[in-house]
Each structure stands twice: as structure tokens, then as C-alpha cells.
Design a protein around this ligand. Structure first.
Ligand code: FAD
Length: 440
């Protein structure tokens, strides 16, 4: 992520330029941002005395003047002009909003448009039936993962060997199959360091800036935008968001696992919800549905369909509750999902009382919807520092299922007490101990 940095003053040219600059800034920053956090834009008024030193440091020679560079070089003015010359660029073609966005697009190899705003405004109305909206959910899944992790930290929720094991298994699942590369990387780092961070399951949670506590290992990295749910954004402050993101995470995991991992993924998700989802009613209902599964899953397909039908059972219950209590989000009423508009072939027949599903089509639909379709926007508009990184991030998303070479199912089958957190982590530790991944 880079920062576009405008130097402002009281000059009329700056006042005239402000709407152009803000038009672009709104795409990336603020509560209504459509591409949150991808570019961070800030403004400094060089007419203010407190900014004199900073403006001198950046050799501001005219107004308005736009700079581009890594955030770290702007934070606390840590740029050393003599040493870091090439890291800060002056934006020489940003006279209008269109030209500024064009310049940014060229830098990061993206194709953002000022019209993207329109797409977002339509979002709330058409979310339920618009097949393309799911591609927006990549960021939500990242945010929900980071939020789930923060909740665990805030509640110091790893309290016993049972919760410790449940946490490790969930992190294993994320390290192998999370759709986002940065979350897989963060999860793998936690896994590699787990027995240092949580010796005998006693974790230290503080965020001290070092690398010796769980709190210092942000699961999806430090740059994941927070408070910006897009696909999962409710029309009211207190609806949707995290719990919607958690469902999308669960569906997106389910379509990425292999047959041999299906029962492991099932028990891992059940235990995770049971131990770490801080909604008692949700936990209890979900746990009942987990306990009703009597035969271990052998096929990934069955697990994908189980998550889907379980989610629909929750929808069915809430549909009634929300209608009678007036809770819920008026723009996102609960429905039995997917609606016909999204997947006509999923329906064999339906009437007001019941739906007969074509499970083969439902499965195909889910695989595509929560698989390639979900990451398509990420691929098209990948945020990266260089062309090489764009390519590697894109490739990485398409091969997410192979992020860890060791299949989880196999690893667990040989999980033994000799290692505090199972065979997969043992494998990782032996491979990585001598070259622990660098923190970002
Ligand atoms: P959500 O139900 O969160 O769904 C998110 C998105 O997933 C939808 O917009 C849709 O695009 C898609 N979707 C919907 N249904 C399916 C499906 N069947 N298969 C695949 N994709 C689908 N709330 C309660 O009040 N009581 C509970 O007992 C409860 N239990 C929960 C258990 C779990 C494990 C979770 C994660 C959440 C639970 N919640 C519960 C919260 C509730 O399910 C919703 O997440 C919340 O009300 C927000 O709803 P939403 O409109 O954002 O859609």
C-alpha cells in the first residue's frame, strides 16, 4: 500500500484542486470507501506553522504538490531525502481527479475508476441477487478473520489445552486454505512460532511491538483495512459485518478443502465456533447442528453442502425471528439461499412451503461462487508493489489450496503428543525454524 500525499495551502489553486483530490480520496479512504485502504491519502497544509519542518523536508516548491511513496516514509516524516530519494515520487500528472487516478492506476497496475462509486451505491439494493457482488467479499473475509483473531486476543480466549488445540487446528486450516495470501502467511507465522508464543498453552496477548507475544502477530498482516465491510455492510450500524464475514469465510474455506480434509475441516470449524464465537445463542444452535452429524465426512462435497444447509437452517430461524421482532436489516432480509435469481438450476421445484434442491447444481454453484468468483476482483485489482508481486499474488490466490504442501488430513492423522501442536506445525517448525519468516 502506498500513500498519496498532498501538500495544501491557502492558495486559490489548492482550493480549486480540493474537489478533484477528494473525489479520488473517497474511493480509498473513509467509511464509504469502495476500495478501502488500498491507497492512503493525506493532506498537509504548509501554511500552518506546525508543518513548516515537514514541508521543508519534502522540498515543497509549489502548491498544490502531490507526493507518492510507502506509508512508512511519511509517518513521522521518517523520509531521509538524501538516502531515500527514489522512494518518494512527485506526482506530475494529477491536475484533475481522472488524471490523478490514472497516475495511481499506472503505479499499482490497477484499473480503478471514479465510477466505481456507483457500483457501491447499487450494492445495498442488489446484493442478494447480484452474482457479481461476492467478488467484493475478499476484503470482508480478511477483515472478519482479523476481527475473529482480535476477539480471541481481547478475551484471552485460549484458556485450556482444549481451546489451545482448537485454536491451532483453526490456524492450520487458515494457513492452508484461506483465500487471502496475507492471512495464510500470518497464520503460518503463528503456527511456526506457536509454542514460543503460548508455551504449554499459556499465551501472552499484549501488543508490545516485539515478536514474542501472540498479540504481535496480526493474523492477516498489519495492513488489512478495518471497519470497512463491503459485501457484508449493513444498512444500519449494528447489522451484518462480522458475522456475515465469518459465514463467507466458512463457505470459502469449505470449497477449498480436499476430500481427505473434510472431516478435519468440519470438526475444526465446529470447535472454533463453539470455543471462540462470542454469541452464546449462535454457539449453542451451531453446536447442536454439529452434534447432529453422526457419520464422519469423507467427501469435500458433503462438507460444502453441510455448511450451506446449516447456514440455511440459521436463515430460516432468523427469518421468522426478525420478522416478528423487527430486528434484522431491512435491506438484507434473511432468505433461503441461493435465491432463484442467483441459481435457477439449483431448484428442482419450489412452492411456498418447501424447496426441492438439485444438490449437484448447488454444489457446483457454491464451488464457483465462493471459489474463483469470490477472488476475481482481487485478481483483477490486485494491490501490489511491483508487477512481479502482482503476478505472484494472483498466482497465489489461484493455487490457494496448495499453500501448504502437507495435507492437513494426513498431518492430523499422524499428529502426536511429541509436538505441542500437531504434525503439521512440527513439519513447519523443522522446515522453518532456521529461517523464521520475516515480520512485515
Ligand atoms: P448472513 O446470514 O450472515 O450471510 C452472509 C451472506 O452469505 C449472505 O449475504 C449471502 O450472500 C450468503 N448466504 C446466505 N445464506 C447462505 C447459505 N445457506 N449458503 C451460502 N451462502 C449463504 N444470529 C442469530 O441471531 N442467532 C443465531 O443462532 C446465529 N447463529 C449463527 C451461527 C454462526 C456460525 C454464524 C457465523 C452466525 C450466526 N448468526 C446468528 C448471525 C446470522 O447468521 C447472520 O450472520 C447475521 O444476522 C447477519 O446476516 P446477513 O444478512 O449479513 O447474512
Amino acid at each position: 500500500m502506498r500513500v498519496s500525499f498532498s501538500i495544501d495551502s491557502r492558495c486559490p489553486a489548492c482550493r480549486n484542486y480540493k474537489p478533484h483530490y477528494e473525489k479520488v480520496a473517497r474511493l480509498f479512504n473513509g467509511p464509504d470507501a469502495i476500495h478501502p485502504g488500498i491507497v492512503l491519502m493525506t493532506r498537509v497544509d504548509c501554511a500552518m506553522k506546525t508543518n513548516t519542518k515537514l514541508c521543508d523536508k519534502f522540498s515543497v516548491s509549489h502548491y498544490p504538490m502531490l507526493f507518492w511513496g510507502p506509508p512508512t516514509k511519511f509517518v513521522s516524516g521518517s523520509w531521509e531525502p538524501k538516502k531515500d530519494k527514489s522512494e518518494i515520487l512527485v506526482i506530475d500528472d494529477g491536475r484533475t481527479a481522472e488524471r490523478l487516478l490514472n497516475w495511481i492506476n499506472k503505479q499499482i497496475g490497477s484499473s480503478y475508476g471514479l465510477d466505481d462509486q456507483k457500483f457501491k451505491n447499487e450494492h445495498a439494493l442488489s446484493n442478494l441477487t447480484d452474482y457479481n457482488q461476492i467478488s467484493q467479499a475478499v476484503y470482508d473475509v480478511e477483515e472478519a478473520t482479523a476481527e475473529a483473531f482480535d476477539i480471541i486476543l481481547a478475551h484471552k480466549a485460549i484458556k485450556s489445552s482444549e481451546t489451545s488445540a482448537s485454536f491451532i487446528r483453526f490456524i492450520q486450516l487458515l494457513a492452508a486454505h484461506h483465500l487471502s495470501r496475507r492471512c495464510r502467511k500470518g497464520a503460518a507465522e503463528i503456527l511456526v512460532n506457536y509454542d514460543d508464543l503460548c508455551p504449554s498453552g499459556n499465551c501472552s496477548y499484549e501488543k508490545s511491538g516485539g515478536n514474542d507475544t501472540l498479540g504481535n502477530f496480526p493474523i492477516c498482516g498489519k495492513d488489512v483495512p478495518r471497519g470497512y465491510y463491503m459485501f457484508c455492510r449493513g444498512s444500519k450500524n449494528d447489522t451484518r459485518g462480522f458475522s456475515c464475514g465469518l459465514w463467507v469465510l466458512m463457505h470459502s474455506l469449505s470449497v477449498r478443502i480436499e476430500d481427505g480434509e473434510s472431516h478435519f475441516a468440519f470438526t475444526t470449524i465446529c470447535d472454533f465456533v463453539n470455543n471462540f464465537f462470542m454469541c452464546d445463542e449462535c454457539r449453542l444452535h451451531f453446536n447442536d447442528m454439529c452434534l447432529s452429524v453422526k457419520t464422519p465426512f469423507k467427501k469435500a462435497r458433503d462438507f460444502v453442502l453441510w455448511v450451506w444447509s446449516t447456514h440455511n437452517k440459521v436463515n430460516e430461524r432468523l427469518l421468522k425471528d426478525e420478522a416478528s421482532l423487527g430486528t434484522g436489516d431491512p435491506k438484507f432480509p434473511k432468505i433461503i439461499w441461493p435465491p432463484k435469481e442467483l441459481c435457477p438450476l439449483c431448484y428442482l421445484s419450489s412452492n411456498q412451503k418447501s424447496i426441492e434442491w438439485d444438490h449437484e447444481h448447488v454444489y457446483k454453484f457454491l464451488k464457483n461462487y465462493y471459489g474463483p468468483k469470490l477472488v476475481s476482483l482481487y485478481k483483477e485489482k490486485s494491490v501490489s508493489r511491483s508487477k512481479e508481486e502482482t503476478v505472484s499474488a494472483t498466482e497465489d490466490l489461484t493455487v490457494a489450496t496448495n499453500a501448504l504442501v502437507v495435507p492437513i488430513g494426513a498431518a492430523l492423522a499422524i499428529a502426536i503428543a511429541s509436538c505441542a501442536f500437531g504434525a503439521l506445525a512440527c513439519y513447519w517448525r523443522t522446515q522453518q525454524k532456521n529461517r523464521k519468516p520475516r515480520r512485515r
